[in-house]
Design a protein around this ligand. Structure first.
Ligand SMILES: Nc1ncnc2c1ncn2[C@@H]1O[C@H](COP(=O)(O)OP(=O)(O)O)[C@@H](O)[C@H]1O
Ligand SMILES: [Mg+2]
Length: 227
């Protein structure tokens, strides 16, 4: 379980997150929404141990997440798909996956190919020649090579066509259902994301203004005015 307790994050004199308390249970699917600059990326990076100035307590399976511990946290099961199509453009699909899994279990590549058959078909193709949606699937596949028990994704569908957005969300559901990996999904496609998560958190200027069932958020009359 990923737990934040009274977390505050700062960049120099600027407070990006204040009094953040929530948790993500094993196997849960949680979306994080909020306008630009609300602190969504900072929150994910705090969970990874990638923000230097943090106060409060962040733990994963009851062990502290401390600044600068990104690599160790990856070993402990925290996977991360950063914003943008973060793939090695000049390498093949298979080479990208192997590099991502270099310090982990290489045999897991067969599981990633099972989850993303498209990557198996295109395994010898140069990543830079894939479509945007395919590159994003590869980026998710790369994160999976670390065998995460919690997978955090920062706006994985931004810039993708609606039909590709659905493909991506279907894959995330499949990952969650067949591997039990918890999903923490930062998203701008609010309506579509609400259909695949159980719970949603809404951030506004660094604070949580909603944390509850996604169905309750979807019913909220003034939902759209929050973003
Ligand atoms: N490295 C940084 N240095 C200074 N300020 C930052 C840095 N990263 C983010 N911020 C500021 O922190 C706030 C939250 O940013 P961010 O977490 O990226 O929000 P979001 O992902 O919701 O758009 C914003 O006001 C942003 O300008
Ligand atoms: Mg962001």
């Amino acid at each position: 379980m990923l737990e934040f307790r009274n977390v505050e994050a700062r960049y120099g004199g600027f407070t990006a997150l204040r009094d953040i308390t929530f948790n993500v249970r094993p196997g849960e699917r949680v979306a994080i929404f909020g306008h630009n600059g609300a602190g969504k990326t900072t929150l994910l990076r705090c969970g990874l141990g990638d923000v230097d100035e943090v106060a409060g307590t962040i733990t994963y399976n009851n062990e502290a997440i401390v600044p600068g511990s990104v690599y160790r946290n990856a070993r402990r099961g925290l996977g991360f798909v950063p914003q943008g199509h973060n793939v090695f453009r000049d390498l093949s699909v298979a080479q990208n996956l192997k590099i991502a899994g270099l310090l982990h279990d290489q045999a897991y590549i067969s599981e990633v190919y099972r989850l993303f058959p498209m990557l198996l078909v295109r395994r010898t193709q140069i990543a830079g020649s894939l479509s945007g949606g395919q590159q994003q699937m590869l980026a998710v596949g790369m994160a999976l090579m670390t065998k995460p028990t919690t997978l955090m994704l920062d706006e994985p569908t931004t810039g993708l066509a609606p039909i590709i957005v659905q493909d991506m969300f279907r894959s995330l559901m499949e990952i969650n259902r067949t591997t039990g990996t918890a999903i923490v999904l930062v998203e701008q496609n609010v309506a579509a994301a609400l259909r695949i998560v159980e719970r949603a958190i809404v951030l506004k200027t660094g604070g949580i203004i909603f944390d509850g069932q996604s169905a309750d958020l979807a019913r909220h009359e003034d939902l759209w005015s929050w973003f």
